[in-house]
Design a protein around this ligand. Structure first.
Ligand code: F6R
Length: 606
């Protein structure tokens, strides 16, 4: 949802801004722009399209030479992608870039129009540029303080005042912003990868804190101008982690990183063969006391929660409700003191998930966050945090983050089941050991990439697809279906296999391929019966199951053979071919795999 950057230092600012923005393009990529102080004032270049279009424009129309500036890559919310709607937005004395949504912009715009301001764009952001101009009295921090007390919504703002050369100001609320600290240079950025080429050191900016970048240094103030000491953080991954490393796409790299990501996420949480979540303050006693669990998340993270639900309910016999955050937050859910709300988020910034978390806290529930990005809003606001150590996930379509989210759910389920005495210590140890062994299984499935590519070549011209499964396989089907549609643009739906004949099977013809997942041995025969029903109606079937299971030709056209582990852990190897099939289908259709249309990585608006 838009990426913003800012730089003050000795380097070619335009170059630094473009390089940094290139690491944030996953946040939005329908237009881009920069504003840089040149000798005689602020110069702006912006355009509809990708960052590459901006760079070409700068080369064509003249590079902006300076050492201080701000930049933006956009995911349109208010107003179509166009040159005019691109950031930076300006007023006579102010240039700004913005990530977020100003909810009361219409009212503020009306007020400013009465004061004689004229607007050229359809954006909410331009209102902030004009409001800053309206209040500007020579005191930048005081002006920003006044403006943020009037605007409602979410924002990370990079600001330059033309009367205050070579200085960048920034402020945030509910949209992420970090402050990079280099040698004689300082940065602002929506995310850490943007600064990694230059420094690994950064501050996390809190709500309504104002940072001033000047003379290569960063100083932080509260909105009343009182200086604030910030803790310096160091990114624990480097440029290499944020680069493609020889892979054609980030998505493929991230799929291949899954064995390591799972290992790094679970190893520190296994002590003497038993799951151990004490690092986040979650004790066995505390776990045992929860009566209800809610999992609240969006998209792929919500699908990870569905796997969590099956596993927790099956092993621990504690009821788990999985809720889409955008619904949960508005439906006055019944929550109380003895409940645990688990929020799941790769970015830790998803607006709906963050608000659901805040609401759960207000209603008295304990909150546990499963989050990938350190220091993100959700991580900071939850009562307890379990970080998934997946490293940066750059591809918009989530793969390794999902994998580590489900890995954490297994640990939670095992410890909870043991705490509730629903499983013995011996069983808990057995399951934990099986979980520790799954990275090897993922490696085995990754060897089947060529077969997945072949299957993708058979799907590439389909207009519709069905994913079916039962139990855990149904949860997995939902993720397989989402992955395919978001990057290949082929419509697909996931169905509980047994539910098909209640309506949806009327869609099945020879031009509707079906991907059936059947890893749960207790349900295997039932799923096979459902698959035969679609096969009998002409569907081509791709059947994902254990390698040792014999699959007759009247059941499947293609079989994907999975290495076997405990049934409850089968989602881990089984999701990999679904990811690979989606990936190769997208590649074969010539799509921009890592940056699918209309999407952005971090959804900081509701
Ligand atoms: C799909 C995908 C999204 C995210 C969702 C939540 O591949 O990535 O569905 O899972 O937007 O994002 P986070 O996990 O950052 O809260």
């Amino acid at each position: 949802m838009c990426g913003i950057v800012g730089y003050v230092g000795k380097k070619d600012c335009t170059r630094v801004l473009l390089d940094s923005l290139s690491k944030l393009e996953y946040r939005g990529y329908d237009s881009a722009g920069v504003a840089v102080f040149e000798n005689d004032g602020i110069k702006i270049s912006k355009t509809k399209g990708r960052l590459a279009a901006l760079e070409q424009k700068l080369k064509r129309e003249g590079w902006i030479n300076g050492h201080c500036g701000i930049g933006h890559t956009r995911w349109a919310t208010h107003g179509e992608p166009s040159d005019i709607n691109s950031h930076p937005h300006t007023s006579a004395r102010v240039s700004i870039v913005h990530n977020g949504i100003i909810e009361n912009y219409q009212r503020l715009k009306g007020f400013l129009e009465k004061k004689g301001y004229e607007f050229e764009s359809q954006t909410d952001t331009e209102t902030v540029a004009k409001l800053l101009d309206f209040y500007f009295d020579g005191d930048p921090i005081g002006t920003i303080g006044k403006v943020i007390s009037e605007i409602e919504g979410s924002y990370a703002l990079g600001i330059m005042f033309s009367e205050l050369p070579d200085t960048v100001y920034a402020v945030r609320k509910d949209s992420p912003l970090i402050v990079g600290i280099g040698e004689d240079e300082a940065f602002i950025a929506s995310d850490v990868p943007a600064i990694l080429k230059y420094t690994r050191n950064y501050y996390l900016l809190d709500h309504e804190e104002i940072v001033v970048l000047k003379d290569g240094k960063a100083s932080v103030f509260d909105k009343h101008g009182i200086p604030i000491e910030k803790e310096l953080h160091t990114a624990d991954w480097d440029m290499e982690a944020a680069e493609k490393g020889g892979y054609a796409h980030f998505m493929l790299k991230e799929i291949n990183e899954q064995p390591t990501a799972v290992k790094t996420t679970i190893s520190p949480r296994i002590t003497d063969g038993m799951p151990d979540l004490s690092e986040c303050g979650m004790t066995t006693e505390k776990l045992a006391a929860y009566k209800n669990i809610f999992v609240v998340a969006c998209g792929t993270a919500m699908h990870a929660g569905l796997v969590g639900k099956y596993v927790i309910e099956q092993l621990a016999r504690v009821p788990v409700a999985v809720e889409v955050a955008s619904e949960f937050r508005y439906r006055n859910p019944i929550l109380s003191d003895g409940d645990l709300v688990i929020v799941v988020s790769q970015s830790g910034e998803t607006a709906d998930t963050l608000e659901a978390l805040r609401m759960s806290k207000r209603l008295g529930a304990d909150t546990l966050a499963i989050v990938n990005v350190k220091g993100s809003s959700i991580a900071r606001e939850a009562d307890m945090v379990l970080y998934t150590h997946a490293g940066p996930e750059i591809s918009v379509a989530s793969t390794k983050a999902y994998m580590v989210q489900i890995a954490v759910f297994y640990l939670v389920a095992f410890e909870l089941a043991y705490a509730k005495q629903a499983i013995s210590e011996e069983e808990c140890r057995r399951l934990t050991a099986a979980l520790a062994a799954v990275p090897e299984l993922i490696n085995v499935v990754l060897q089947q990439a060529e077969q997945c590519k072949y299957i993708a070549s058979k799907l590439v011209n389909a207009s519709n697809l069905l994913y079916i499964g039962r139990g855990l396989d149904y949860a997995l089907s939902m993720e397989g279906s989402l992955k395919l549609k978001e990057i290949s643009y082929i419509h697909s739906e996931s169905y509980a296999a047994g539910e098909l004949k209640h309506g949806t099977i009327s869609l099945v013809t020879g031009s509707m391929p079906v991907i059936a997942v059947a890893t749960q041995r207790e349900l295997f025969d039932k799923t096979v019966s459902n698959v035969k029903e679609v096969k009998a109606r002409g569907a081509k079937v791709i059947f994902v199951t254990h390698a040792y299971k014999t699959v007759e030709s009247d059941v499947a056209d293609f079989k994907i053979a999975l290495p076997t582990t405990d049934d409850i852990l089968m989602p881990i190897p089984a999701v990999v071919p679904l990811q690979l099939i989606a990936y190769y289908t997208s590649v074969l259709r010539g799509n921009d795999v890592d940056k699918p249309r209309n999407l952005a990585k971090s959804v900081t608006v509701e």
